[in-house]
Design a protein around this ligand. Structure first.
Ligand SMILES: NC(=O)c1ccc[n+]([C@@H]2O[C@H](COP(=O)([O-])OP(=O)(O)OC[C@H]3O[C@@H](n4cnc5c(N)ncnc54)[C@H](O)[C@@H]3O)[C@@H](O)[C@H]2O)c1
Length: 358
């Protein structure tokens, strides 16, 4: 089989992880072209990967003209996701697009329409769906360990971890920690709980602490490639909300770049009729045995492994394109639902009212 030829658009931080994962799948795919509006950044990455200058671009519309290119991996700022994905799909390329799918649900729907119209594969970078912790929880869910999960409390909050740069500029990000971090844990929990349809949301956002550059050095968080160049902070620093689903279940979400709490948190709690679970650095289970309440720690490592999860995500992307009948684990329709939830939470925060989702 010929190797898939991949073009990566957006050659900043996360694309480096994607590149490593394509290298790990070198028998099936190769990075063939690169593109970044910051041409020097694209050239530097090309130098590291040994890609000739003729296949380095600063305009995605030029890169997708390469007839031999099979697929495009979109790792741009959020405001580039729809434009770059649609350009690639219209040029007959398959697309893997980083999370969040787009700036809003309208753009996300246009992306799926482009995929359907061109008969191409569109996968969303819900990397948490590929972690070994979700695999454990999914197995427990399928074995009815939880009974019915009716409530989840998910938290992705940093004490002082605004990545800066475009992440805090709403014109390029579409929002703050909710669209950046919240998307991971909302998608994870919805996916675990059976992918039910959201019916209403209620949310609030705050812009109180901003990115606190005076104590940024204390943050061990992710830093944007253009962090130093931007002083803009017009997104929320804390978002909180509730999402209600058509089966009656509810997810409660907190997402923050900056919050006066002891330490960064990234934990999710699931509450079912028979059992519960908490996942963070490990998986803890809560149930009962012989009439006694029991707490169980899994006896093997289950924490989220960034590298392995990206490898699994990209390997699955290659499978979806090359292995007939492969069912996509992170399809575009789920990306759209996530954008509807986020749009609704931001609207609720603006208006102060519950938002009913169509
Ligand atoms: N899955 C994850 O865990 C995860 C982690 C971090 C970032 N991300 C996502 O990855 C994307 C990129 O984030 P990052 O941290 O790598 O940012 P970054 O700033 O480090 O890199 C983004 C790059 O895209 C380039 N770019 C922007 N718009 C472009 C366009 N229209 N065409 C070509 N190039 C363009 C920028 O010049 C920059 O080099 C974001 O959507 C982010 O949400 C996902």
């Amino acid at each position: 089989m010929e190797k898939l030829k991949i073009g990566i658009v957006g050659n900043g931080g996360i694309s480096q992880f994607h590149a490593e994962s394509y290298k790990a799948a070198a028998d099936r795919a190769e990075i063939y072209a690169l593109c970044d509006i910051n041409y020097d950044r694209a050239l530097a990455m090309a130098g590291r990967l040994g890609i000739p200058k003729e296949r380095v671009f600063n305009d995605v519309h030029e890169m997708v003209k390469l007839p031999e290119l099979d697929a495009v991996d979109v790792c741009t700022w959020n405001n580039g996701h729809a434009e770059c994905s649609i350009a690639a799909l219209n040029a007959g390329k398959h697309v893997l697009c980083e999370k969040p799918m787009a700036m809003n649900a309208k753009q996300a729907k246009a992306m799926k329409e482009a995929a359907d119209r061109n008969g191409k594969h569109l996968q969303i970078g819900f990397v948490r769906r590929f972690g070994n912790d979700i695999e454990v929880l999914k197995n427990l869910y399928n074995d009815y360990f939880f009974g019915d999960i009716y409530y989840a409390k998910v938290n992705y909050t940093r004490r002082n971890g605004c990545p800066g740069g475009w992440f805090s500029d709403s014109s390029r990000s579409g929002g703050g920690p909710l669209i950046d971090l919240g998307v991971h844990v909302i998608d994870f929990s919805r996916y675990l709980m059976g992918n039910h349809k959201p019916v209403s949301v209620y949310g609030a956002t705050f812009n109180m602490l901003k990115n606190r550059p005076d104590i940024r050095k204390a943050s061990g968080g992710y830093v944007s490639s253009d962090a130093a160049k931007s002083e803009i902070y017009d997104v929320e620093d804390l978002a909180t909300g509730m999402i209600r689903f058509d089966n009656g279940s509810v997810i409660s979400i907190d997402a923050a770049f900056s919050l006066n709490q002891r330490e960064d948190r990234g934990d999710m709690e699931f509450f079912g009729t028979k059992g519960g679970a908490k996942i963070g650095s490990r998986v803890e289970l809560f149930s009962s045995m012989s009439g006694y309440m029991t707490n169980i720690d899994l006896a093997f490592p289950t924490s989220f492994d960034f590298i392995k999860s990206f490898n699994a995500e990209i390997s699955h992307f290659i499978d979806c394109i090359t292995v007939p009948g492969t069912k996509c684990i992170a399809p575009a329709e789920d990306g759209i639902v996530l954008m509807q939830i986020l749009d609704g939470l931001y609207e609720s925060a603006r208006t102060g009212h519950e938002v009913i989702l169509e």
